[in-house]
Write a protein that binds this ligand. Structure first.
Ligand code: ATP
Ligand code: MG
Length: 573
């Protein structure tokens, strides 16, 4: 490709509205452009990268036995009514009507459509297992589209769905998909982690997310310093706490007229928050419920949402609801003489001689102890908190550490939720109806482009990993329009490189060298050859890999061999 003909609008300065580096660089390097909030146009450079990612995904999915299909973006409401999700899906699903006023949606995901295909085409257990996937546009009207294509409204997903006669068959395919995702991300040169994940409302034991490690990641991933344990913070657990010490203080009331927070109470009493407990009031199925945590711990809303008696969707009680249920202002609530049922986090249940709200406005209690002062027998002891760095790993292997990750893939078990709701049954060996168990495997294709840049850039711009680079070789011709020698040599290199199978971009524009070099660094093609009059006099050109500190002089005749040699080294390491 000749750069003079390429739609490659670059920007010198960081665009004001881009927060993360990948978003800035994708705009500056002419990878994509925003059309409206969460909607992007892929420009030629970006599209080439996107296609390479799709190719890797396709090759690995096909190799693992999955079959590619392509389902419509527009989906009829009837299917979603069948599965029961037409009502359940919130405003993330964009709904529309056709000219006959029939309801449709833009597919945020494709479980309904694939299950409908399955129930029409597959009748017998003998045809199972099956695993279908597509690479398709999704639309989700995200509450907060941000970070460019990382959280867009329209985006490309690889989504796959498998159907099985039994659990063992599901488990085998799940493992195949786990391995397939690992191979895809490895081929892309990404530093990633697979972590145990929350299964959402679906349940099921198996669920893993694949995270690309990056400081800008929206997810916190937790891993053990000395063992294999790794999980999303939403799901992560620590080893259970030590047993509780015997009481050593007597319970006594303290005045806390202004102290409404744990920090303020700790300051007044000159103590640390791990010797206090906090009482959070949430909406329960039969009225407000208290969840009790150690003062320095944070509630995990995903875990809390699954606790017995907690209402769906998870929500905190309002101040008015709290006052109505407890007779006390938020700020002074505690478990001693509580008027409402409470669930106690196991870490909170493991401390003694602690401070808590007194259920009297402006008062706290100190020297409080479970059993002696507060009933623990009727309370449920639960795990409701976010783990913290330094907590012991659940399997006892080391301590927990945190990293930030970008979720690029999620594989999980759907069970029979869709197959049962949509009557997608097959006949088993006895001619009886069998409801297949399903798996679901998502990968964020457009999000991956951003994730790749988060891990592959420097102060000057993007540094594409070779397998994903829009072009492999950048030939930069200096003075192309004035020097016949440069033009002849650059054109000759360009066609020779093409003939040898290289994807090459020729900078044949009438621009100053400084501009060409800066833009070359910005768009980040892995190898660069600079052709100029000065070198050509001695039969040499300059060769440089994107990350290398210095360029080297190489004879014009040998330079392509050198590029190909280095590429070969890269792909064989
Ligand atoms: P998130 O928690 O980031 O919203 P999700 O749980 O909604 O993700 P899934 O429904 O599992 O995501 O979708 C599969 C994959 O699609 C995700 O792992 C992610 O890589 C990608 N994805 C999801 N939402 C978006 C989005 N708004 N923009 C770009 N990619 C997305
Ligand atoms: Mg989401």
């Amino acid at each position: 490709m000749r750069q003079s003909k390429l739609l490659l609008p670059t920007m010198k300065e960081d665009p004001a509205d881009a927060e993360v580096i990948s978003h800035k660089l994708m705009l500056r390097a002419g990878v994509m452009r925003q059309l409206a909030s969460g909607l992007y146009t892929w420009l030629p450079l970006g599209l080439r990268v996107l296609r390479k990612i799709e190719t890797i995904i396709r090759e690995e999915m096909n190799a693992s036995g999955a079959q590619e299909v392509l389902m419509p973006v527009v989906q009829p409401a009837e299917l979603w009514q069948d599965s029961g999700r037409w009502e359940k899906m919130g405003p993330e699903m964009l709904r529309l009507q056709d000219r006959h006023e029939r309801d449709f949606c833009l597919g945020p995901t494709h479980e309904e459509v694939i299950t409908d295909l399955f129930r029409r085409e597959i009748q017998s257990y003998k045809e199972l297992p099956v695993n279908y996937y597509q690479i398709q546009t999704k639309f989700r009207d995200e509450r907060r589209p941000r970070f460019g294509v990382m959280r867009a409204r329209e985006f490309t997903m690889k989504d796959g769905y498998s159907f099985h006669a039994d659990q063992a068959s599901f488990d085998a395919t799940y493992q195949d998909m786990y391995n397939c995702y690992s191979r895809i991300l490895t081929r892309m040169g990404l530093d990633y982690r697979a972590v145990e994940a929350d299964t959402g409302n679906i349940g099921g034991a198996n669920s893993h997310e694949f995270h690309v490690l990056a400081a800008s990641g929206e997810d916190t991933i937790v891993y053990a310093s000395a063992g294999p344990y790794a999980a999303n913070l939403e799901k992560a657990e620590s080893a259970p706490p030590q047993t509780r010490a015997e009481p050593s203080e007597t319970m006594h009331e303290v005045d806390t007229p202004e102290q409404k927070t744990i920090t303020a109470v700790c300051e007044l009493l000159d103590m640390t928050a791990d010797r206090t407990i906090k009482t959070l009031i949430v909406r329960g199925i039969d009225g407000p419920l208290a969840i009790i945590l150690r003062g320095d711990h944070e509630l995990n809303e995903i875990k809390a949402g699954k606790l017995p008696g907690v209402a769906q969707p998870f929500a905190f009680a309002s101040d008015d609801e709290i006052i109505a249920a407890t007779g006390t202002q938020p700020g002074s609530i505690g478990p001693v003489n509580s008027k409402i049922p409470y669930l106690v986090d196991r870490e909170a249940a493991a401390i003694s001689d602690f401070v808590c709200g007194a259920n009297v406005d402006g008062k706290h209690l100190a020297g409080v102890n479970w059993v002696r002062d507060v009933d623990l027998e009727d309370a449920q002891i639960v795990d409701a908190r976010n783990v913290m760095e330094g907590d012991p790993a659940p399997d006892g292997q080391g301590e927990l550490k945190f990293l930030k990750g970008i979720e690029v893939g999620h594989i999980f078990q759907l069970g029979t939720v869709y197959s049962a709701a949509m009557d997608a049954n097959v006949l088993d060996q006895d001619g009886q109806s069998l409801t297949p168990t399903m798996g679901c495997y998502g990968m964020g294709v457009t999000r991956l482009v951003a994730a790749v840049i988060e891990q592959n850039h420097d102060a000057d711009g993007i540094a594409w990993p070779l397998p994903l680079a829009p072009f492999q070789l950048h030939v930069i011709a200096l003075n192309y329009h004035k020097s016949d020698a440069v033009q002849a040599a650059a054109d000759q290199l360009y066609s020779a490189a093409g003939e040898r199978g290289l994807e090459v971009l020729l900078d044949d524009r009438d621009e100053r060298p400084g501009v060409k070099f800066a833009e070359a660094d910005l768009i980040g093609i892995p190898y660069r050859i600079v052709v100029g009059d000065r070198g050509l006099k001695n039969g040499v050109v300059e060769f440089k890999a994107r990350g290398a500190a210095e360029a080297t002089e190489v004879s014009l005749d040998a330079v392509l061999d050198q590029v190909l040699d280095q590429m070969l080294d890269q792909t064989t390491v």
